[in-house]
Design a protein around this ligand. Structure first.
Ligand SMILES: Nc1ncnc2c1ncn2[C@@H]1O[C@H](COP(=O)(O)OP(=O)(O)OP(=O)(O)O)[C@@H](O)[C@H]1O
Length: 277
């Protein structure tokens, strides 16, 4: 059997806090095959974003391995990581805050190419224009600034920027959470079609089980830094083994805790028993 594209083993992440350390991720292991999507779910503060930051090596794990296509990112020095960084990129939650308001859409998307050493401005602009078209934005978007776009359009720019360096792994941290339901669905469709075309692998962090059902092949459920349960999306969402997962599912179905999930859609998706997509 071939090795998984991403293999995280016994990941531990500590934050320095006054008087000591706080263990935000505690001995978490998971794998994802190339071209597949794993979702990370769990209540606020369970360590989802910390896993994302560790995968991006924005923080250094205390211990464990993050093997991407056979290379352990967890132990590499920044100098050794730099040439590999284009292989793994991230899309952030906030399409309002994550784009530089002074730059045009074309400049924002072209920026990673500059960092990658594409010297010719014309070449960078051409590649950026192609990406902007690929994520479904009109050609007249090129010279516009972030403030002139809607939330969904801004998120598309964020996705185009993340794709500019042709990553093989994309970590989406609540990438559709700030969008309304119909725009969320459009962005999910876009991400899926990009995956079908390019074979990119996704780690998709979301509190929204409806979104998770739509996008992911497998799910891992986190609680207070630990992995509670994992498996195929169909098995974890329709027949959870753990009480905590059942509680999350109930919370997702409770209108008072619902954040942007269409109840009808979620009920329908949860009713699909044991089928993989
Ligand atoms: N820089 C930091 N210093 C100290 N503690 C931190 C830091 N960043 C996060 N934490 C703590 O680590 C834990 C995990 O945080 P993390 O942001 O990974 O959670 P999350 O699951 O992504 O939450 P949310 O869904 O609310 O974004 C939380 O208890 C948080 O308070």
């Amino acid at each position: 059997m071939s090795k998984p594209f991403l293999s995280v083993e016994n990941l531990v992440v500590d934050y320095h806090v006054p008087g000591g350390t706080f263990r935000a991720v505690d001995d978490v292991s998971f794998t994802v095959d190339k071209g597949k999507t794993i979702a990370v779910v769990g209540e606020s503060g369970c360590g989802k974003s910390t896993i994302a930051k560790a995968l991006m090596r924005l923080i250094t794990p205390a211990s464990g391995r993050i093997e991407l296509d056979g290379t352990d990112l967890a132990s590499l020095s920044e100098a050794k990581l730099r040439p590999l960084r284009s292989k793994f990129q991230m899309v952030f939650q906030d399409p309002y805050g994550s784009l530089d308001p002074h730059l045009t859409a074309q400049d924002i998307v072209a920026e990673p190419l500059k960092l990658q050493g594409v010297r010719s401005r014309a070449e960078r602009n051409k590649a950026a224009a192609k990406l902007i078209d690929q994520v479904g934005l009109p050609a007249n978007s090129l010279d516009k600034h972030p403030a002139e776009f809607s939330g969904g359009q801004r998120q598309r720019i964020g996705i185009a920027r993340a794709l500019a360096s042709k990553p093989e792994l994309l970590v989406c941290d609540e990438a559709t959470s700030a969008l309304d339901v119909s725009v969320q669905a459009q962005v999910l469709r876009l991400l899926k079609s990009i995956q079908e075309e390019t074979g990119i692998t996704y780690v998709f962090i979301s509190h929204n089980l409806g979104v998770v059902q739509e996008i992911s092949d497998s799910v891992m459920v986190m609680q207070r830094g630990k992995l509670v349960e994992s498996g195929t999306t169909a098995s974890v969402l329709t027949a959870p083994k753990e009480d905590y997962t059942r509680k999350l599912r109930r919370a997702a179905l409770d209108p008072s805790t619902m954040r942007g999930v269409k109840p009808r859609h979620l009920v329908r998706s949860l009713a699909l028993s044991g089928q993989s997509r």
